[in-house]
Design a protein around this ligand. Structure first.
Ligand code: HEC
Length: 123
């Protein structure tokens, strides 16, 4: 009992302070994604208001086929990984100035890590 409590406390602390390397939760990320991203981003390769995010992790910015990216995003020259996605989702305009994603950012680091863990499952 005490041990279980201790373990959950440790996991809680890791999840809070080291969100990009520990304790990401793709299932929680999926539900956050459905609430906050899916109005614009499909996961099946079809583009909508935003590009499909199928296969986004590991790809280069502005290269999803068939989507008309802004110049800012095309020229950003970013490889989307846990770190660059975290920066972009924290503050899209700061990470890629002038890009046209109408989204102000996610303040919760754990939620960003969860969404990124979910994105990594979209192959
Ligand atoms: C209101 C619509 C909208 C919402 C909500 C939205 N996005 Fe976007 N997103 C866009 C648009 C439009 C672009 C293309 C921006 C550009 O070309 O400058 C984009 C671009 C991106 C890119 C870069 C894609 C690439 O191929 O380079 C990523 C990654 C991304 N969004 C992730 C997310 C995530 C994750 C969420 C939810 C937390 C989200 N977006 C919410 C519209 C949206």
């Amino acid at each position: 009992m005490i041990r279980a409590f201790r373990l959950s406390f440790i996991l809680f602390v890791l999840g809070t302070f080291v969100p990009t390397t520990f304790a990401q939760d793709a299932a929680a990320g999926k539900s956050a994604y459905q609430q906050q991203c899916s109005v614009c981003h499909s996961v099946d390769g079809s583009n909508g208001v935003g590009p499909s995010l199928k296969g986004i992790v590991g790809s280069k910015s502005g290269e999803i086929p068939g989507f008309r990216f802004s110049r800012a995003m095309k020229g950003a020259n970013i490889v989307w990984d846990a770190k660059t996605l975290d920066a972009y989702l924290t503050d899209p305009q700061k990470a890629v100035p002038g890009n046209q994603m109408p989204f102000s950012g996610m303040t919760d680091a754990k939620q960003r890590a969860d969404v990124i863990a979910y994105l990594a499952t979209l192959k």
